[in-house]
Design a protein around this ligand. Structure first.
Ligand code: CP3
Length: 356
């Protein structure tokens, strides 16, 4: 029988009471931190950094040391999966990721290679092991993967897209081909997350960054359904006998909250377009909620950051099951000092609210 966790992040995921609202930030490690830029330069480039377990461990720990956030998130990228399946991956300077050759037909899918995470993604698993050792039980570690739909968008578009022309073309013209790709990805994502859990990830987050570009019906059929398949296959207890919560983050999908609750996840991550107080009423204690400060608040003055934090904490109220986060990731041009203000505000203001 799993025992109750002691870390406030893991407690909040299970909707257990905490004295202070836990906080971590999506993309908390990255280019806005000068110490990250130094290590990236040492590695040569971003992908080489991801593939070096010692250096990837170092950058994972940077925001934990600097800000005292309540969770570490594995430093890697969602696009290592398509690379492990045989696609070429490069990060061109400025224009974002490039995956090639693109997938556009049933025949293209046959080129994808099967993935054994211990083999092609062994460097990620080794990083998980090193991070756990370095954290020494002080801070829990979150593992992650892209959702099958979000990974498919990059594999079919060949990179980032504004219009999603090719993946939506496939969705409407060749739905059977897209379903085959998504089924294949569901299997790989589940195996990959299970391997991260076996190596010590204490929670896992599924990043469905592009769920929100779909209509409600298409979201259910092409994004949520494949995430549900992943969740059903996950080992929800870690090697230490503790529960491993699953966080689902579908950006732009607040209207689909009730359906996401039914996916079997423990936590739903929300972007800033959803009202957190109403969301809490809608989920009726069935899941915890993570989020959902507009990251752009970090461009404002420290007093404004604190005001926004207070508003959000008050909207959720003195109830268990809230993990403070941004509604999307940290941006490159943000000031680390605003994160210091943010963390202090969440710690101080939540203690007051949770006492009432
Ligand atoms: O949250 C963390 O601190 C962990 C690290 C993390 C990264 N990417 C590091 C990264 C995580 C969880 C991701 C996930 C990821 N990667 C997503 C889903 C989350 C989201 O932001 O919506 C997506 C869509 C990707 C794909 C990807 N990787 C893009 C679109 C880019 C940006 C390209 C650019 O030039 O801005 C990346 C690169 C990337 N991933 C960086 C980092 C720190 C920047 C790389 C660098 O150092 O140059």
């Amino acid at each position: 029988m799993p025992t109750e966790p002691t870390h406030r992040f893991l407690r909040a995921c299970q909707r257990l009471p905490v004295e202070q609202t836990p906080i971590w930030l999506m993309r908390q490690a990255g280019r806005y931190l000068p110490e990250y830029m130094k290590v990236r330069q040492q590695a040569g480039d971003f992908l080489t950094l991801c593939k070096n377990p010692e250096l990837a461990t170092e950058v994972t720990l940077q925001p934990v040391c600097r800000f005292g956030v309540d969770a570490a998130i594995l430093f890697s990228d969602i696009l290592v999966i398509p690379e492990a399946m045989g696609m070429g991956l490069t990060f061109g300077s400025g224009e974002g990721p490039i995956l090639e050759p693109v997938l556009r037909s049933a025949a293209d899918l046959d080129r994808l290679t099967p993935v054994d995470p211990e083999d092609q993604l062994g460097y990620v698993l080794q990083t998980v092991t090193l991070i756990r050792r370095a954290l020494n039980e002080k801070t829990p570690l979150i593992g992650f993967s892209g959702s099958p739909w979000t990974l498919a968008t990059y594999m079919v578009e060949g990179g980032s897209s504004k219009t999603f022309r090719y993946i939506k073309g496939m969705l409407f013209d060749q739905p059977a081909v897209l379903h085959r790709l998504l089924d294949r990805l569901s299997g790989v994502v589940a195996d990959y997350l299970n391997a991260q859990i076996a190596h010590g990830a204490q929670a896992v987050q599924i990043f469905d960054t592009w769920g929100g570009v779909l209509g409600p019906q298409e979201f259910m059929e092409f994004s949520l359904r494949s995430m549900q398949q992943v969740i059903q296959r996950l080992h929800r207890v870690g090697p230490d006998g503790q529960k491993v919560p699953v966080i689902l983050f579908s950006k732009g999908c607040g209207a689909q909250l009730e359906a996401m609750v039914e996916s079997g996840c423990d936590v739903v991550g929300l972007d800033w377009t959803t009202d957190l107080g109403l969301a809490r009423q809608r989920v009726q204690g069935r899941v915890a909620l993570q989020g959902n400060l507009d990251p752009a608040v970090l461009y404002a003055a420290p007093e404004r950051v604190r005001q926004a934090v207070r508003q959000l904490l008050q909207a959720y109220g003195p109830h268990p099951g809230h993990i403070f986060n941004l509604g999307h990731g940290m941006a490159q041009d943000m000031d680390p000092e605003r994160v210091v203000d943010l963390v202090a505000a969440v710690q101080e203001e939540s203690r007051i609210i949770l006492r009432t």
